[in-house]
Design a protein around this ligand. Structure first.
Ligand code: PA5
Length: 424
């Protein structure tokens, strides 16, 4: 389903040197013997997911679609980025599905939160609060505000039926709250970290409410998993090796590029996945993202002629969901009749070809192209699984535990101290 094209890399790689390393790490992932091995539940999740819970997710989603105008997804980092990435990639930026999905809990920004709350006033809304730890402050504060608003609008009893909590099965403040008030609960399994959780209820409930076929999404991940279980240098592992080699050669950053504004959030998800997994012990590539051709009119200059610090990985979708034809104009004052009858996707692909040449040949910026036939629930499931597996491989190649994020705690401790939180 997914092909890694290295023809624009222009860097030699000794694949023979890497094949045994990759096979050994793959075995480590498989047998859960590497660092962070108690967080490898995601790798087999497309096979082992809880079928009873999956059915309950679909039921809850149908209920939310039938009874509410808006679902507020309340979470941060891995507890919201996957769902948002999938919903925007598949439904677009102006979706027509009945239940609108909006986001809170990912920021303290007062103006943003105020605007969301004003927007919700008088609307029939449900909340999916998502937090594995149950103590993440951005999410917890937002949830307190949302809960208060909801209860003031429809009363405590009805509010409890409009709140869905996705959290750890056994512990945490959110679990206690959910038990006390009787919210329907979904589980983020103990052995799955936030940024690897899109195939759990964390991603699936909001996606199902957005009308996405989650059976297909999981099926895509399963298909990709079966492919990647082959320890040979498969396409995901090739991508991981190239990242590692380029990092060793001194490249400091990777730019995730797509030619589709619907994939901006997919880029955000990808950045979190790679940044939090790899950026440790003063090592790792800085993950960055851009949307072309839009950003060719801003970052394009830097990529072409600026400091040679980055390489690009392009997500290329062979066939778009819809296409648009450039019309004829008798006057042709804009000089565009040479494009008459051509589709926008044709134009976009030519822009991509020209850019690949400009960046990789003229600019000497290595380019990797990740090819996907089309973007639908199944191929997106495969793609997200592909990136997750490549990320684990890539971090292990750098000698890094991909599944912890110790650095994230530093700002929290300082903030808690400044806020006067007891114990800090
Ligand atoms: O990937 C991760 O583990 C993090 O980004 C978490 O998802 C994020 O910090 C939110 O944590 P929690 O779900 O505990 O609120």
């Amino acid at each position: 389903m997914i092909k890694t094209d290295l023809s624009n890399l222009h860097v030699d790689i000794d694949w023979k040197e890497y094949a045994p390393k990759v096979a050994a790490i793959n075995k480590m992932i498989d047998e859960k013997t590497g660092a962070g091995n108690d967080y490898l539940g995601w790798a087999e999740y497309p096979n082992t997911y809880d079928k009873e819970e999956f059915a309950r997710i679909k039921k809850a989603a149908a209920y939310i679609q039938d009874n509410f105008d808006v679902l507020v997804v309340c979470g941060i980092g891995g507890s919201y980025l996957g769902a948002r990435a999938a919903i925007e990639a598949l439904n677009g930026l102006h979706p027509t599905n009945k239940t609108e999905i909006i986001y809170m809990g990912q920021t303290f920004a007062a103006s943003y939160v105020h605007q969301v709350m004003e927007y919700l006033k008088g609307k029939k809304f449900a909340i999916n609060v998502i937090s594995k730890s149950g103590t993440t402050t951005e999410t917890a504060v937002a949830f307190r505000l949302l809960r208060e608003l909801l209860e003031s609008q429809i009363g405590k009893e009805a509010a409890a039926k409009a709140i869905y909590a996705t959290t750890d099965k056994e512990k945490g403040a959110l679990l206690e709250l959910a038990k006390k008030y009787g919210y329907e609960r979904f589980v983020l399994p103990a052995d799955v970290g936030g940024r690897y959780s899109v195939f759990t209820a964390v991603g699936l409930l909001p996606m199902a409410v957005a009308g996405i076929d989650i059976d297909e999404f999981i099926a895509g991940a399963k298909e990709e998993k079966d492919l990647l279980d082959n320890p040979d240098l498969n396409d995901a592992y090739k991508y991981a090796v190239v990242r590692h080699v380029l990092y060793k050669k001194g490249y400091a950053a990777e730019m995730f590029v797509s030619y589709e504004p619907r994939f901006v959030q997919l880029g955000e998800w990808w950045k979190q996945l790679y940044g939090e997994s790899e950026g440790k012990e003063k090592t790792g590539l800085l993950p960055d993202s851009a949307t072309f051709t839009t950003d060719l009119h801003s970052l394009g200059q830097f990529i072409q002629e600026g400091s040679p610090v980055l390489f690009e990985s392009i997500l290329n979708i062979a066939t778009p969901d819809h296409d648009v034809v450039v019309p004829h104009d008798d006057d042709n004052l804009d000089g565009l009749n040479y494009l008459e009858g051509k589709t926008l996707d044709y134009v976009s692909k030519k822009a991509m070809e020209g850019t690949l040449q400009a960046h990789s040949v003229t600019g000497c910026v290595p380019n990797i192209v990740i090819n996907l036939e089309k973007m639908d629930a199944k191929t997106l499931g495969a793609l997200m699984y592909f990136y997750m597996r490549a990320c684990a491989m890539s971090a292990y190649l750098n000698g890094i535990n991909p599944f912890n994020q110790p650095g994230v705690e530093v700002y929290k401790k300082n903030m808690f101290h400044l806020l006067g939180k007891p114990g800090y």
